[in-house]
Design a protein. Structure first.
Lengths: 367, 607
């Protein structure tokens, strides 16, 4: 997901009107999507409908694609009542999801602005807060009933107090957490929209993924800057594909989160570790990786090659005790002790390394 | 060359006099005196001063040890005294380590003093457990007073002290050292004492206590072996995690031993501790062995014959025999030693179908791995009426980095894929100590925190996950998803299933000692009796986090009222095993109706 948020205003008609379906273009969008990506959107096709279980209203989901038909994202026009104590008011927005069903943004209309319970209009910061709330898939709004969130007189069954002070830090939200999460005075809108953005629509989009998935989409995913897309593409790969697409996978390992990096390193076929690209790009740059990735690289060092062993030996001081043990075992299996001996000796003689006794033991064997 | 000796520690003048008198009168002291050398186990010091006894890592480093856990204030000396057969010049070694070596002064430095004279060398300087040479001393008295003198208050540690007239250090290799120790301490290969019970329960956490209560109330003679001075495990006043979950059918039993929902780490745990201890003492038929740590279990033809345990201070040993055993040790030690099948780490999401799409790899990985939930060290701070300083802790900062904190909670948790929660326990504990001291030190640099001081820091790991013994049924998250009910459902729970992950997995800039929880909201789910006895060891029950479950399955029932339910269920099953002279599996096969009725009846009994 892109780190930056762009607010794109499309207030005039665009060439999209020339296409068979209308692409939404007259709203203010709060997006985790680059302007460049948005500009690719050319075609809109209705794909399925989904129901909001609270209102029982059915909404139409559209798939947006580029001019050549490559699917890019989903959107739905939402007109939904937000009700409290029997009083309802309509909310008009567009909701957008990526191809994996993750909410990525919303659009609102200049003539149908969002309002709070007391009819005050949303302020600019409220729009941003709403967007951030909808992005938070683990939001407290997903774990609580609406009634538990607003009624101060309602005792939450899982509210835990000790000597009159609410101390629950385990099972869920405190009132402070709720207040921080929502747009003040806009709880009902927030709650309704969060469940639309993160509810059944998401599952249906995921269900639809197989139908739209193709080598083109796989390629699009892998080469995108979107970590979840890259992850999905790698998830779907077999051994042969790993080999042919290694040049795209290695950069992903370098730039991904520690979680993603570990995932790929665990999934990568053992024979890939012997690829020069892996030694040059990964073992050579080990110091920039997180601890878990280093461990996984060392776990697989014996499947790699002498170059990788030499590269890894440059980082001995940064290894934990167990990592050092893994390294020493691997270089024996690779028969590379002599090759890295200089670094081993340097580490051993420095006199300030915690685990030099492990290296000393090995050097003694090879003397 | 060496004469065999036994330790002879003494606590205070009165006790010392009594023992001396005994020695003189009887003429055959327990400590046989040698000519040339003697070994003192540090944990056997009768006056431990401010040093604490730490038996957590015996299986990794060889012994219980004493630790100067002073939270930055040097602790009072630990002192003992020995009768020495021969005066003369002795060379002295202490088995110790520098617990965080690096480009700073070792944080846990201490000295050994003999008859009031400090030996030449400062100790606690070398990175691995080793015999560090303390210096030489001329002993010209028949009674020698030995002390450990802490210099820092930051967790110096000492396993043993060895005196010898020859300058030959004891062996370093763990296997050689074990043999050497046995020789020096004149230990026969088997424990000196042998006791027989109807049921032997190892581990006095909530699960172990509950199983002991249920079995004892049903008429069984029960031994409850626990390696700490107080019962309760993670809920004890030494670790201070509050108990979560529901009582299921066992409110009467569990309400005797659980806790209130105070903040984790609260001193209020002490009150519940007293209540728990008092309630446990009231139960007849339980012999509670506090400060005894099991170190072996032997099976023949897949039947455990006995569990051997050692006192964590005086080193005495007992062999516990019984037809039935409960492993509530948390780490599944009894199962491990006796050859029970076990698992560790995360299964592939495909093994049991434990996917939570929303959280993917964080919840259950595609490829199996060893990334388990971590262990916590809780701590408590208070505000003084005057400004309080805290020492510089350069050795803690590589872990704490810039993090500032004056309070901890459950999410102070550490797990990493190169570390095993059992084998690397000491490193994990020490990492958390560095996180706490470093973060607190950082916070103290802010004026607003000048009145804060550390009131309490645990030194015992609060573990969430380690070995899981395999039963006839492996309880999984799939059982929760499918709302599976079993004809042998003996445990029930409605609390969310929550699995933790380290925050830095998603954001590398986060401290590596903080975790987050993923909560899966669930309706009532059930755990069958078949998850509470071993698949291949015929007379072994398990209760607590080492029950038969997958990693994701453990996410819910690892909390202590749920593990307590397991314990109670196992205790009642043991009673039926005793009644019919059968093994745990036969209860499921042949006596299930009667067993389930016993469980059902429990819910009508009020506390």
């Amino acid at each position: 997901m892109h780190k930056f948020l762009v607010v794109i205003c499309f207030m005039s008609c665009s060439t999209a009107l020339l296409y068979q379906k209308l692409v939404p273009n007259n709203s203010t969008k709060h997006f985790e999507l680059s302007e460049e990506d948005w500009k690719r959107v050319s075609i809109s096709n209705p794909v399925f409908s989904f129901k909001n279980p609270d209102t029982l209203i059915t909404h139409q989901m559209h798939l947006l694609s580029d001019a050549s038909g490559v699917p890019l994202l989903y959107y739905a026009d939402i007109l939904t009542p937000v009700c409290i104590d029997g009083l309802c008011k309509p909310v008009y927005v567009e909701l957008y999801w990526n191809l994996l069903g993750q909410y990525i943004g919303y659009g609102d209309y200049p003539d149908k602005v969002l309002t709070k319970y007391d009819h005050d209009k949303f302020e600019e910061r409220d729009y941003l807060k709403l967007h951030n709330l909808l992005l938070d898939k683990s939001s407290v709004l997903g774990r609580r009933q609406l009634s538990q969130l607003y009624d101060k007189n309602t005792v939450r069954t899982d509210t835990i107090k000790f000597k009159g002070v609410e101390v629950d830090a385990i099972s869920g939200a405190t009132r402070k957490e709720i207040k921080q999460a929502i747009v003040e005075g806009g709880l009902y809108s927030c709650y309704t929209l969060w469940h639309l953005a993160n509810g059944s629509a998401k599952e249906l989009i995921l269900d639809n993924l197989a139908a739209i998935y193709s080598p083109t989409v796989s390629d699009y995913f892998l080469k995108s800057n979107h970590q979840e897309y890259q992850y999905h593409a790698i998830q779907e790969m077999d051994v042969d594909e790993f080999d042919s697409k290694l040049e795209h996978i290695v950069p992903f390992i370098k730039t991904g989160t520690p979680l993603m990096r570990s995932y790929v390193l665990k999934k990568m076929p053992k024979e890939m570790f012997n690829n020069p690209l892996v030694s040059e790009q990964l073992y050579k740059n080990m110091s920039s990786f997180d601890f878990n990735a280093k461990t996984l690289l060392l776990n697989n060092l014996s499947y790699s090659n002498e170059s990788a062993a030499v590269y890894a030996s440059a980082f001995l001081p940064s290894f934990s005790k167990n990592q050092l043990s893994l390294f020493l075992k691997a270089i024996q299996e690779l028969d590379a002790v002599e090759l890295v001996k200089e670094n081993l000796l340097m580490y051993s003689k420095a006199g300030n390394h915690n685990y030099s006794f492990l290296v000393d033991d090995l050097l003694e064997l090879y003397n | 060359m060496f004469e065999k000796v036994r330790k002879c520690p003494k606590q205070n003048t009165n006790l010392r006099s009594v023992i001396l008198f005994f020695f003189l009168i009887v003429g055959m002291p327990l400590t046989l005196l040698c000519q040339n050398d003697f070994l003192i186990e540090a944990e056997s010091f009768l006056d431990k001063g401010g040093w604490v006894t730490d038996p957590q890592f015996i299986q990794q480093m060889g012994s219980t040890y004493l630790m100067a856990h002073g939270m930055g204030h040097p602790v009072a000396d630990a002192t003992t005294q020995m009768d020495v057969a021969e005066t003369g010049i002795y060379f002295v070694w202490a088995r110790t380590r520098n617990w965080i070596p690096g480009k700073w002064e070792a944080p846990g430095r201490f000295k050994v003093t003999v008859n009031g004279t400090a030996l030449e060398n400062t100790l606690g300087l070398h990175p691995k457990w080793n015999w560090e040479y303390a210096g030489q001393i001329e002993i010209d008295t028949k009674i020698v007073v030995v002390s450990l003198h802490d210099l820092t208050g930051f967790n110096g540690r000492c396993d043993a002290i060895y005196f010898s007239k020859e300058k030959i250090a004891p062996p370093e290799d763990l296997t050689d050292l074990e043999i050497w120790r046995q020789e020096k301490l004149q230990e026969p290969s088997s424990p000196e004492a042998e006791l027989t019970y109807d049921l032997v329960v190892t581990g006095g956490g909530l699960a172990g206590c509950a199983s002991a209560i249920a079995a004892a109330e049903s008429g069984l003679k029960v031994a409850l072996i626990h390696d700490r001075p107080v019962l309760g495990g993670n809920a004890s006043s030494e670790i201070r995690v509050h108990t979560l979950g529901i009582y299921g059918k066992f409110e009467r039993i569990l309400s005797m031993i659980d806790t209130e929902h105070y903040p984790n780490g609260s001193v209020e745990a002490v009150i519940d501790q007293e209540r728990r201890d008092a309630n446990m003492k009231k139960i007849s038929n339980i012999d509670i062995y506090l400060n005894w740590r099991a170190y072996d279990a032997v099976s023949e033809d897949d039947v455990i014959q006995y569990v051997d345990a050692r006192h964590t201070s005086n080193g005495e040993r007992i062999r516990f025999k019984a037809p039935l055993f409960v492993d509530s040790s948390g780490d599944g030690w009894i199962g491990y030693w006796s050859g029970a099948e076990y698992s560790y780490g995360r299964e592939s999401v495909y093994t049991y179908g434990e996917e939570w799409e929303e959280w993917g790899e964080l919840w259950s990985p595609e490829e199996p791995d060893n990334a388990v939930m971590g262990s916590s060290i809780l701590f408590q701070t208070v505000q003084d009426s005057v400004a309080v300083t805290f020492p510089d802790v350069p050795w803690a900062l590589p872990v704490a980095k810039g993090h500032k904190a004056v309070a901890g909670e459950w999410y102070w948790e550490f797990s990493r894929n190169d570390l095993h929660q059992i084998h690397d326990g000491e490193q994990i504990r020490d990492h958390m100590l560095r996180a706490i001291y470093g973060s607190f030190s950082n916070a103290k640099s802010d004026k607003e925190n000048q009145f804060y001081k550390l009131k309490w820091v645990s030194y015992l790991l609060g573990k969430r996950e380690s070995r899981r013994l395999v039963g006839d049924h492996v309880f999984t998250f799939r059982d929760v998803l499918d709302k599976r009910q079993f004809k042998d459902s003996v445990v029930q729970e409605i609390r969310e299933v929550d699995i933790h992950f380290q925050q830095n997995l998603l954001d590398d800039s986060k401290p590596d000692f903080l975790s987050k929880a993923l909560f899966y909201k669930t309706e009532m789910y059930y755990i069958p009796y078949r998850s509470l006895y071993s698949k291949n060891i015929k007379n072994l029950f398990m209760a607590g986090r080492c029950f038969s479950t997958s990693h994701a399955g453990l996410g819910g029932p690892r909390v202590m009222r749920t593990t307590g339910q397991m314990g109670a269920a196992v205790g009642f099953a043991a009673a039926l095993c005793h009644k019919y002279k059968v093994n745990p599996r036969t209860i499921y096969q042949s006596y299930l109706d009667e067993y389930m009725q016993v469980i059902e009846n429990q819910q009508w009994l009020r506390p």
